[in-house]
Design a protein around this ligand. Structure first.
Ligand SMILES: *Cc1c(COP(=O)(O)O)cnc(C)c1O
Length: 388
């Protein structure tokens, strides 16, 4: 574990963001922190532990394995499973108290069967909570608002399942255009209808939630009983909802990026005019220069499409990555007779200000025509996360 390519997780920044969210959202609104994809690449267990310390009692994951990792680490909070699992995974939901999202007859019936069997073999008589997902316009999982009543009935008529909540997910809440804000409002209205349908059937809808990070910050009239922040936990604003925008609306809220990706200079080589660098010979030295070799590549999450364009920080100065990024290495042009860059110097790819990096994940996202979410979750397993 002495590899120089590593990700540092600034625990205090993570705590700062969670505290900001807790302060921003009214105390009677519950918070469900999205820790899927290993906490957006930041270490799910650490994020979950800090959330629990702050009295946040819901976490959201995408897979049963992610939920089990949290349980094995002693996390007691409620865990929402946001994606659909397979029948062989269902028993673990009941064994480890994981709350699934449901929306189809078929899936609910499978859960009923599994929960009945679970209670029979363990000789217990329990009710397990499920949350009913409504598709109000995301176009992903969820039933339509007018089907909510019958689905809720199916759940509450079963012996061992009960409706613990309802949820929906916004498709364009991170955009401030009139069109998209209108669409978000329509989704919200559809969700209210679905909740009313369930109430009309005489069933308690439980904990209702719809707001992701963007809606929490921009649509605070749409929060219901619980909100589900993801990206803001890790210190990044969702698209149009920026710090400047919130300031202009007089909102007191700040975020700190949590993760820095770094490596070291492992070789410095002299290159002569006309020599090319890396696969495809996309870069040729126009004059004699020195090239630093870094042991980080696309198999670490440094996306191939970041070059050309990517600049990395060495001792407070930015230098361009030249030529193609390889699987495990890339090359940086430090110029001729550079006295400031030495062997084993630290190289910052991106991170919060205190890491010394000049780029954030947002800067890299722009470069790679993607979003901070993808930059963060692309960092692979072989990059050790060091908590600081
Ligand atoms: C990932 C996810 C969230 C969190 O989204 P952010 O944009 O990161 O805040 C909330 N709800 C659901 C259903 C999700 O899948």
């Amino acid at each position: 574990m002495n590899r120089c390519t590593k990700a540092t997780i600034y625990k205090d920044n993570l705590k700062h963001n969670l505290e900001q969210i807790r302060k921003y959202v009214k105390p009677d609104v519950k918070i469900c922190v999205a820790v899927k994809a290993d906490g957006y690449g930041h270490n799910a267990v650490l994020t979950a532990q800090l959330a629990e310390e702050l009295g946040i009692h819901f976490l959201a994951v995408a897979t049963v394995d992610e939920a089990l990792e949290l349980r094995n680490a002693g996390i007691k909070a409620n865990i929402l499973l946001l994606s659909i699992c397979t029948p062989p995974e269902m028993n673990d939901l009941f064994e480890y108290n994981i709350t699934p999202l449901v929306f189809s007859h078929e899936y609910i019936n499978l859960l009923i069967k599994t929960s009945d069997l679970f209670c029979e073999t363990h000789n217990v008589n329990k009710k397990f909570k499920v949350h009913l997902a409504i598709d109000t316009g995301m176009g992903r999982i969820g039933c339509y608002a007018d089907e909510a009543g019958e689905q809720a009935k199916l759940i509450s008529d079963s012996e061992h399942l009960e409706l613990g909540g309802m949820c929906t997910h916004f498709a364009v809440s991170d955009s401030l255009t009139d069109d998209n804000q209108e669409y978000t409002k329509k989704q919200y209205e559809q969700f209210k209808l679905a909740v009313q349908n369930v109430k009309d059937c005489g069933i308690n809808p439980g904990i209702c939630s719809c707001a992701n990070s963007a809606a929490i910050l921009n649509n605070d009239d749409m929060l219901f009983d619980m909100v589900r922040p993801g990206i803001i936990t890790y210190g990044y604003y969702p698209d149009d909802i920026t710090e400047q925008y919130l300031k202009s609306k007089n909102k007191d809220f700040s975020l700190k990026p949590v993760l820095s990706l770094e490596t070291k200079v492992v070789a410095i080589k002299h290159f002569y005019k006309g020599q090319s660098v890396s696969y495809g010979r996309t870069f040729t030295c126009e004059q004699d220069t020195d090239i630093a070799v870094l042991p980080i590549g696309y198999a670490d999450g440094l996306l191939r499409r970041f070059s050309p364009g990517l600049e990395v920080t060495i001792n407070g100065k930015n230098y361009p990555v030249v030529g193609r990024i390889c699987m495990d290495q890339c090359m940086v042009n430090i110029g001729k007779n550079n006295k400031e860059v030495k062997l084993w110097d630290k190289v910052l790819i991106f991170g919060p200000r205190e890491s010394g990096a000049l780029n954030t994940a947002d800067d890299l996202a722009k470069l790679g025509n993607t979003i901070s979410y993808e930059v963060l979750t692309s960092i692979t397993k072989r990059v050790q996360r060091v908590i600081e």
